[in-house]
Design a protein around this ligand. Structure first.
Ligand SMILES: N[C@@H](CCC(=O)N[C@@H](CS)C(=O)NCC(=O)O)C(=O)O
Length: 290
């Protein structure tokens, strides 16, 4: 065992920045840091988000609902720049006391309902529209088990593996080994599941796929952490097959653009207030290809 260079003090104190990406927004206390109202659009559903994997789950669901013809799923997606601390405004904290994107406000009911935690938002929307969640009790339970599996597993992928592999100020062998082991085990869980069926919980595309794809699909397709080679993604053939299939859905293509502020310019839609907002981007794409 390597000798530790850090000896924890008796009591931890919030002093210097701990380094690494996002160090400037990490804080040990909750609550608002500044007074600022949230913007409000016209639609019943107001989403406050960013196109991280957790944010994308919800924009995919909203775009899938609209594609299915649910007009009441029309939404305004407002950009929350988490690296600038916008999740700590008084307005945002009133929608999510945990200061994390995504957060949703449903104003189609009086009083409006706030929903935070991406899994809770997916479940709320699935129940509200009776879509993408099986009705049959056994299938519904299986679907929710996978939804909660994702909520429990992704922090080990993002906060554990992703943090130490991609964001930590230095590479440390111990945490990278520990989290790589766990993430590969999780991928194997998914690979075995997807060997038996088309989608995560059967032959039906559900909120479980929408929750898992932005994390594990992105990992094997090398669109997060640039870690596909490191984790040996090519062996998870069933996960790759499923990731490709989901990635081809038009609602998924639109959903992953919403509130995106990085990557290809024509794949970024900073805010979404109308379905026609995507058309402008398609035009940009055509012009870029000229
Ligand atoms: N369990 C939460 C996690 C949300 C989360 O971690 N959001 C991140 C972006 S992916 C965030 O807002 N980070 C801002 C911060 O930590 O201050 C969910 O699924 O909604």
């Amino acid at each position: 065992m390597a000798e530790s260079t850090y000896i924890p003090p008796k009591v931890w104190r919030w002093g210097k920045e701990n380094g690494g990406a996002f160090a400037n927004i990490n804080r040990p206390i909750a609550g608002a840091t500044h007074e600022k109202e949230l913007p409000m659009g016209e639609h019943p559903l107001q989403l406050y988000s960013l196109a991280t994997p957790n944010g994308v789950k919800v924009t995919i669901m909203l775009e899938e609902l609209l594609e299915k013809g649910f007009k009441e799923a029309e939404y305004d997606a407002h950009l929350i720049r988490i690296t600038e601390g916008e999740q700590f405004s008084s307005g945002f904290v009133s929608v999510n006391p945990n200061s994390k994107i995504p957060a949703l406000l449903d104003r189609s009911v009086d009083p409006a309902i706030r929903i935070f935690e991406s899994g809770s938002i997916l479940l709320y929307l699935a129940e509200k529209f009776s879509a993408f969640l099986p009705q049959d009790i056994a299938k519904r339970t299986e679907c929710l088990s996978w939804l909660f599996w994702q909520m429990g597993s992704a922090p080990l992928l993002g906060g554990g593996f992703g943090h130490f592999f991609a964001y930590a100020p230095e590479k440390y062998e111990y945490p990278i080994n520990r989290y790589t082991m766990e993430v590969k085990r999780q991928l194997d869980v998914l690979d075995r599941q997807l060997a038996e069926q088309q989608f995560i919980c059967g032959q039906e595309y559900t909120i479980a796929d929408m929750a898992i794809w932005p994390w594990y699909g992105a990992l094997v397709k090398n669109t997060v952490y640039e870690a596909a080679e490191f984790i040996g993604a090519q062996i998870y053939t069933n996960v790759l097959r499923w990731a490709d299939e989901i990635g081809e859905r038009s609602a998924v293509k639109r959903g992953r653009m919403v509130n995106r502020t990085w990557g290809e310019f024509n794949e970024q839609l900073h805010e979404r207030h109308n379905a026609s907002d995507f058309e402008t981007k398609t035009q940009d794409k055509l012009e870029a290809g000229k």
